[in-house]
Write a protein that binds this ligand. Structure first.
Ligand code: SAH
Ligand code: F3S
Length: 473
C-alpha cells in the first residue's frame, strides 16, 4: 500500500515552492500519496517560517497535537523543516523528543534518504532523530524531479538565500547566503514547463535581481540576461518575479521593461519605510530619494507600471515623524496592493538589540492607518480598470459553476467571467465590467489566444546566440 504524506506549510511563496518540491520528490519518485487528514498519514511534515510572529510557540503547539497521533501510531514519522528548523536545529528535539527528522530549506531533497534511515532505525529500536540543516551549495536542484504542472502558471526558484542582512531580518541566517542556480538548468526547467502547457512563470528568490548564475560555458548570466532568455522560450508569454531589493535594480533590468512585453507591468519592490533615518537603521543602503528616482526611471521605461511594496511599522525608535514620512511616500508613489507588518524582533538579528520605546498600541494604530491608506489606493487602481480591456491568462474553472472561469491580469487581479473550457491556458481579452473588493468581473471580448511575443523565432535565435557568445544585449 502507498504510504500517505501530510504536509503543513507556513510562510511565504518560497515555502509553498519548497513544499511543492517535497511533494514532487516523495510522490513521484517514491510513490507516496498525499492526504489532507493528518490522522491518516504515515508521515507528517511541517514546513515552517520564522520571519515574524512567535514562530517557536506556534511550532510546539502544532507538534503537541501531532504527538497525540504518534501515541496511537508509533510508526508515524514526524519531520520539521523550513526556517524554524534551520534556526533551532537540535533544540526542537530536546523539547519534542518524538520528532524523527529535522531538515532545512537547502536539504529537503535529502528527505527520502532520511526517511529510509528513520525506518531502519525504528526496526533496530533506535529513536534518535536525523538532523540535517546544512547549506549545501545549490545541490538541491540536481535532485528534484521534473515538476508536472497542474496550472498554466508555475513558480520557478532561480536563486536562494540573501546576503543583504537587513538588521530586522532572519532570512540570511535561516536560508543562508545568496546562491544562484545555473542559468541553463533554469532554462531547461522552464522549457519543460512550457512543453507541458505553462504560459506564465513566476521567478522566485529572496533577491532575484541579484541573480548571477553560471552558464554552461562558464560565463556569468545576469538577471536581465536571464529574463531575455526566458522570454525567448516558445510558449512562455508572461514573466513575474519576487522579490527584488532596490539596490540591485540596475539600468539593465530597467531596460528589460522597455524591451520585453512578456514582463508584467507590475513590480513588487519593497521599501519598508519612508524615513531615511529608519532606512539607515535597517541597513537598506538607499535613501527615499534614490527609491523615488528608481521608480521614475521604471515609469519612464514602462509608463503604466503598478508598484507594490512591503512596509514595516514600529521599527525600534520609529517616531511619529518617521511614520508620517512613510505615509507621504505611500501617497507620492501611489502604491498598489502591498504588504505591511508590525516590526517583530527576531532573536539573533542586530535590530533585536535596539531600544524600542514605541508602545504596541501605537504600533497597531500606525499599522491600521497605513493599511487603510494602501487599501484605498488599491481600490482606486481597481476602479480605474473599469471599462478597460485586459489581457488575462485563464487559469481554471469555478468549482461551483461550470460556466464560470477565472484568470489574472498583469497586475495580478483575479477576473471572473463566463467562458468555456477551451479557454484554460490561453491569454484572452476581457472588458472589466464590475469591480469588487478582491476581484473583478469581466466579459470576454476576444477568446483568441493573444501572445505577447516581442521577437520572432529567427530574432529569438540570434538573440540567444548573441547573449551566449558576446553577452551583449
Ligand atoms: N526579499 C524577501 C523578503 C523576505 S521577508 C522576500 O522574498 O520577500 C518579507 C517581508 O517581511 C520583508 O520585506 C519585510 O517587510 C517583512 N519582515 C521581515 N522581517 C521582519 C520582521 N522582523 N518584522 C516585521 N516584518 C518583517
Ligand atoms: Fe531579508 Fe533584507 Fe534579505 S528583508 S530577505 S535580509 S533583502
Amino acid at each position: 500500500m502507498k504510504k500517505k504524506l501530510y504536509i503543513k506549510t507556513w510562510g511565504c511563496q518560497m515555502n509553498e515552492y519548497d513544499s511543492s518540491k517535497i511533494m514532487d520528490i516523495l510522490m513521484h519518485t517514491y510513490s507516496y500519496k498525499l492526504t489532507d487528514k493528518a490522522e491518516d498519514a504515515d508521515i507528517l511534515l511541517l514546513n515552517t517560517c520564522s520571519i515574524r510572529e512567535k514562530a517557536q510557540e506556534k511550532l510546539f503547539h502544532q507538534l503537541g497535537r501531532w504527538k497525540l497521533l504518534k501515541i496511537y501510531n508509533p510508526n508515524l514519522i514526524i519531520g520539521v523543516g523550513g526556517c524554524v528548523a534551520s534556526q533551532e536545529g537540535e533544540y526542537i528535539y530536546q523539547r519534542a523528543n518524538y520528532i524523527d527528522i529535522i531538515f532545512g530549506p537547502q536539504t529537503l531533497h535529502r528527505l527520502p534518504i532520511m526517511i529510509e534511515q528513520v525506518l531502519s532505525n525504528k526496526k533496530r529500536r533506535n529513536s534518535s532523530p536525523l538532523i540535517d540543516i546544512s547549506f549545501p551549495k545549490i545541490e538541491k536542484f540536481d535532485y528534484l524531479p521534473q515538476h508536472c504542472p497542474k496550472s498554466p502558471k508555475a513558480l520557478v526558484s532561480i536563486m536562494e538565500g540573501c546576503n543583504k542582512y537587513c538588521t530586522f531580518c532572519i532570512v540570511p541566517y535561516t536560508r543562508g547566503e545568496e546562491v544562484s542556480r545555473y542559468s541553463d538548468d533554469i532554462l531547461l526547467e522552464i522549457s519543460h514547463l512550457a512543453s507541458q502547457g505553462v504560459r506564465e512563470v513566476h521567478l522566485l528568490g529572496q533577491n532575484v535581481n541579484a541573480y548571477c548564475g553560471m552558464t554552461f560555458n562558464d560565463n556569468i548570466c545576469t538577471f536581465a540576461e536571464l529574463l531575455y532568455l526566458i522570454a525567448a522560450i516558445d510558449g512562455i508569454d508572461r514573466i513575474r518575479f519576487t522579490t527584488s531589493h532596490p539596490i540591485d535594480f540596475n539600468d539593465n533590468i530597467i531596460n528589460v521593461y522597455r524591451n520585453l512585453p512578456e514582463l508584467v507591468s507590475f513590480l513588487h519592490l519593497p521599501v519598508q519605510s519612508g524615513s531615511d533615518r529608519i532606512l539607515n537603521l535597517m541597513k537598506r543602503y538607499h535613501t527615499v530619494m534614490e527609491y523615488k528616482e528608481l521608480i521614475n526611471k521604471l515609469k519612464d521605461a514602462r509608463p503604466n507600471i503598478g508598484i507594490s511594496s512591503d512596509f514595516i511599522v514600529g521599527f525600534p525608535g520609529e517616531t511619529n515623524d518617521d511614520f508620517e514620512q512613510t505615509m507621504q511616500l505611500i501617497s507620492d508613489i501611489n502604491f498598489d496592493m502591498s504588504f505591511s507588518f508590525i516590526y517583530s524582533a527576531r532573536p539573533g538579528t542586530p535590530a533585536a538589540n535596539l531600544p524600542d520605546d514605541v508602545s504596541q498600541e501605537e504600533k497597531k494604530q500606525r499599522l491600521y492607518i497605513l493599511q487603510n491608506q494602501i487599501n484605498k489606493q488599491a481600490t482606486s487602481w481597481s476602479n480605474r480598470m473599469l471599462g478597460t480591456t485586459q489581457h488575462i491568462l485563464v487559469e481554471g474553472q469555478s468549482r461551483k459553476n461550470t460556466m464560470e472561469f477565472t484568470g489574472r491580469t498583469e497586475n495580478n487581479r483575479a477576473v471572473n467571467f463566463e467562458g468555456s473550457i477551451d479557454m484554460i491556458g490561453k491569454f484572452i481579452e476581457v472588458e472589466i465590467i464590475d469591480v469588487y473588493a478582491n476581484s473583478l468581473r469581466g466579459r470576454v471580448i476576444s477568446a483568441e489566444d493573444k501572445i505577447n511575443k516581442s521577437i520572432t523565432n529567427n530574432q529569438k535565435l540570434t538573440k540567444i546566440t548573441n547573449i551566449i557568445n558576446t553577452k551583449s544585449l
